[in-house]
Design a protein around this ligand. Structure first.
Ligand code: GLU
Length: 423
C-alpha cells in the first residue's frame, strides 16, 4: 500500500478495497502499468469546516469533503453524501470508483465525490439548507460546470441540488444550471434522472441474467437497501415478472417466499419510513438476510456489507452491486471461490451518472429530451458497456470486476499518457 500520510486504510476498508482492485488490474495494463501509480492517489482532496447556527441558537461545526480523484478524461463528476460515518478515506474511495465508473461507461469525465459528516435526520429543513449552502460555498473554489459537477448520493436529493445550484450561481453572479446534476425539472433537471440508478441496476441485472440463463419470470430477488436505488430496481424487477423475496433496510428485514406486493410495500415505506412492520411478509433477523435463497442478490445500501463471513453463507447465483463498494476484498475472494458471479458497482449502478451526463449535456444545449429518449439512450449505453466488460472478462479469463477495471484503467491511463506529465 502506498504511504499516504492522511489516511490509514486497512485491507477491507473502502480505500483498502479500492487499492486491492487496482493491484488486481495491474498485470493486465501492458505498457500503461508505468502510469498505474497515479490511480493510487487522489489528484486533489479538499477538507472544509462547515459552521452553521442551529435553530436553538448554538453554533455547530460539520466536517465536509470534496475529493477529485482524477481529472484526466474530463471534469470531476460524482455525488455528495450526507452520513454520520463519512470520512476522508471513504470519500477518497468513492471518488476513485467514480473515475473507474465514468471511464468504464466511457463518459467524458474524471472522478470526484463529496460528503458531509452529519446525520440529516437530526437537522431541521432550515438547518439542512444552511449546511448545504455553506458547504457549497466552501467547495466553490474547485467545483463548476467545467471543473467538477456534484450530484445526489446517500441522503441527498433534488432539493439539496437546487440549494447547491442556487448558492454557486449567487456566488458567481450568473445562473449555472450545469454545476450540479440531479436537479428538480424546473431548474434544468432531466426527466428520468431520479429513477436512473435503479433503472440501470435492473437493466444490467437483466443482461447478466440472460448471460447466466436465469429466467426473469419468477426469479427470486433479495434487496438490501430500499432507498432511491434499491426500491426502484426492485419495482422494475417485479414489474418484469421477478419475485422480490427479501428486503432489508435500516429499520429491519422482511421475507415473503412468494414475492412482495410491491405497490403495498412502497406505500408502507412511504408512510412509515421503512420496511419494518410490513404486513405482507414476515419479519426475520437482520443476520438471516444473508442466508435467504435467491437467484439475484442486490446490495444497494453502503460499503463493506458482503464480508468473507457473509459471503460464505450466501445462497445466490448473482450479486448485482447497486451500492458503491458493497463487497470487501475478502468477500470477493470467497464469492469467486464459490462460483457466485458479481456484477461490480462500477457498471451495475452506472445508470445514475449516465443520466447525469445527459442532464449536463441538455443544460449546455438548452434543449431537453423526452423521458423515452433518455431511457432508450441509457439502455443502449450501459448494455453496450456491459457487453464490452463481459467480453473482456472472457478474453482474459478474469472476473467482471477486474474486467471493468481493465476497460476503465486502460482508458484513463491512455489519456494520461497522451497528455503527458506536466511540466
Ligand atoms: N452518486 C451516484 C453514483 O455513485 C451518481 C453520481 C452522479 O450522477 O454524478 O454513481
Amino acid at each position: 500500500m502506498p504511504n499516504l500520510s492522511f489516511v490509514s486504510p486497512t485491507r477491507n476498508s473502502p480505500w483498502g478495497t479500492y487499492l486491492s482492485q487496482i493491484d488486481a488490474v495491474e498485470p493486465y495494463l501492458g505498457h500503461l502499468a508505468r502510469w498505474v501509480e497515479t490511480l493510487r492517489r487522489p489528484k486533489r482532496a479538499l477538507i472544509v469546516d462547515v459552521p452553521i447556527e442551529l435553530d436553538n441558537g448554538t453554533i455547530a461545526h460539520f466536517e465536509g469533503y470534496r475529493v477529485q480523484h482524477s481529472l484526466t478524461r474530463g471534469p470531476g463528476k460524482g455525488g455528495v453524501r450526507y452520513h454520520p460515518d463519512v470520512t476522508l478515506e471513504e470519500v477518497m474511495a468513492l471518488s476513485a470508483w467514480m473515475t473507474i465508473k465514468n471511464a468504464a461507461v466511457n463518459l467524458p469525465y474524471g472522478g470526484a465525490k463529496g460528503g458531509i459528516r452529519l446525520d440529516p435526520k437530526t437537522l431541521s429543513k432550515k438547518e439542512l439548507e444552511k449546511v448545504t449552502r455553506r458547504y457549497t460555498s466552501e467547495i466553490g473554489i474547485i467545483i463548476g460546470p467545467q471543473q467538477d459537477i456534484p450530484a445526489p448520493d446517500v441522503n441527498t436529493n433534488g432539493q439539496i441540488m437546487a440549494w447547491m445550484m442556487d448558492t454557486y450561481s449567487m456566488n458567481t453572479g450568473a445562473t449555472a444550471t450545469g454545476v450540479v446534476t440531479g436537479k428538480p425539472i424546473p431548474l434544468g433537471g432531466s426527466l428520468g434522472r431520479v429513477a436512473a440508478t435503479g433503472r440501470g441496476v435492473f437493466v444490467i441485472g437483466r443482461e447478466a441474467m440472460r448471460r447466466l440463463n436465469i429466467q426473469m419470470e419468477g426469479a427470486r430477488i433479495a434487496v438490501q437497501g430500499f432507498g432511491n436505488v434499491g426500491s426502484i430496481a426492485a419495482k422494475l424487477f417485479a414489474a418484469n415478472g421477478a419475485r422480490i423475496v427479501a428486503v432489508q433496510d435500516h429499520t429491519g428485514t422482511i421475507l415473503n417466499e412468494k414475492g412482495f406486493d410491491m405497490q403495498n410495500l412502497l406505500d408502507h415505506v412511504a408512510q412509515t419510513g421503512g420496511v419494518a412492520g410490513f404486513k405482507g411478509g414476515d419479519a426475520i433477523a437482520n443476520a438471516d438476510f444473508w442466508k435467504v435463497k435467491s437467484d439475484v442478490l442486490v446490495p444497494a445500501a453502503l460499503e463493506g456489507q458482503i464480508t468473507a463471513e457473509r459471503a460464505q453463507g450466501l445462497q445466490t447465483r448473482l450479486v448485482l452491486e447497486g451500492a458503491n463498494g458493497p463487497t470487501t476484498p475478502d468477500g470477493d475472494q470467497v464469492l469467486s471461490d464459490r462460483g457466485i458471479v458479481v456484477v461490480p458497482d462500477v457498471i451495475a449502478n452506472s445508470g445514475g451518472v449516465t443520466v447525469s451526463y445527459f442532464e449536463w449535456v441538455q443544460d449546455f444545449s438548452s434543449f431537453f429530451w423526452t423521458e423515452d429518449e433518455i431511457n432508450v439512450r441509457l439502455d443502449k449505453i450501459i448494455t453496450g458497456a456491459f457487453k464490452h466488460i463481459w467480453e473482456t472478462s472472457e478474453q482474459h479469463r478474469i472476473n467482471l470486476r477486474t474486467a471493468a477495471f481493465v476497460v476503465a484503467c486502460t482508458r484513463v491511463l491512455e489519456a494520461r499518457e497522451e497528455r503527458g506529465l506536466y511540466p
